[in-house]
Design a protein around this ligand. Structure first.
Ligand code: MG
Length: 334
């Protein structure tokens, strides 16, 4: 018996009846020889972690554009926090932790530079619209690995595509990631907003803190524990009405008080101009894109390829390209 087979055997003994088993929804676009050591979902997790788009998330905005400090979240650290929260819930509920982790690590691979503002702009410029969850799926199916895709299992691809609040994942592991994403960003965006000086502790709505907790750690703990207690021995992932409503009210508070503040939106206007300029430039000069995107332009049209190229840029790379293309330099310095 291989290590993989014995892992699958003991998983089947400890998993809840609601878990996605190691042999379920493992279809791939191209068949693969089984790995002697790892299950299919462990393998998917590793493929995501070793991908270029995973590494690029370290230089993509999570909430605040161009933060100066080293302690602000990036898309990568957000992803790791989601994975940690989701794994805790999955293990407590005896669901498939490897599948949960793979979905969590892949869920935001398609995010644009400059956070949700980048997503809104590409949605206007891309012929068929743009949504980061769809783009994450496109990254793992068609863009990564020089256009070959990562050839992931159906369960992981489904969880990635369906991870937003409107999604309907086929597995409870996917549903855990969807809720963990919200738990992570509601909490870390408060922490980052206070670090940036755009929110003070005493401005947070008191009645919500009385329900959720008065510190970052206490709030995460309340939410995960509530998720666990309300999903235990059920075929669904849910939180209690009281805690879920408080969490979403806190999210609404952040939208009203933080994301729309002048200090935040003034940076977004600059990023808006920068991304539109890059998009127009590469639409007119598709031959200047890297080879993988030129191939995509030949296959699926220039606008689609430019959309993929711009969406894949990190904040830093987009700024560098903008400087090179649009900012004059002294002739002696080049
Ligand atoms: Mg996310």
């Amino acid at each position: 018996m291989t290590v993989r087979e014995s892992t699958m055997q003991w998983h089947s003994q400890i998993y809840s009846p609601y878990a996605c088993g190691d042999g379920q929804l493992t279809q791939r676009d191209r068949p693969l020889e089984p790995c002697p050591l790892r299950t299919d979902f462990q393998r998917d997790r590793d493929r995501i972690l070793h991908s270029k788009s995973f590494r690029r998330m370290k230089h993509k905005t999570q909430c605040f554009l161009a933060p100066e400090g080293d302690h602000f979240r990036t898309r990568l650290t957000h992803t790791l926090e989601v994975a940690q929260i989701a794994r805790t819930a999955a293990r407590a509920l005896r669901l498939n932790e490897d599948l949960t982790e793979a979905i969590a690590l892949g869920h935001d691979l398609g995010h644009t530079p400059f956070g949700h503002m980048g997503e809104r702009i590409l949605d206007q410029l891309c012929p068929e619209g743009f949504h980061h969850a769809e783009q994450s799926l496109r990254v793992v199916e068609r863009l990564e690995n020089d256009g070959q895709g990562l050839n992931l299992t159906l369960a992981v691809r489904d969880g990635i595509r369906e991870h937003t609040s409107k999604g309907r994942p086929r597995t409870l592991e996917g549903a855990i990631v969807s809720l963990s994403d919200r738990i992570a960003y509601v909490n870390h965006d408060i922490d980052d907003a206070m670090r940036a000086g755009v929110l003070r502790e005493e401005e947070l709505p008191r009645p919500l803190l009385d329900i959720l907790g008065h510190s970052h750690g206490a709030r995460i703990d309340t939410m995960i524990t509530d998720l666990y207690e309300n999903s235990r021995d059920r075929g669904e992932i849910r939180m209690s009405e009281r805690v879920y409503t408080a969490m979403m009210d806190l999210r609404a508070f952040l939208f009203a008080q933080v994301y729309t503040r002048h200090e935040v939106t003034v940076q977004e206007e600059k990023a808006d101009f920068l991304l539109r300029s890059l998009f127009s430039y590469y639409e007119a000069h598709p031959e200047e894109m890297p080879e993988e995107y030129r191939a995509c332009a030949a296959r699926e049209g220039v606008r689609r390829a430019v959309c993929d190229y711009v969406a894949g840029m990190t904040d830093n790379y987009a700024v560098r390209r903008f400087e090179e293309l649009f900012i004059p330099v002294h002739i002696g310095s080049v």
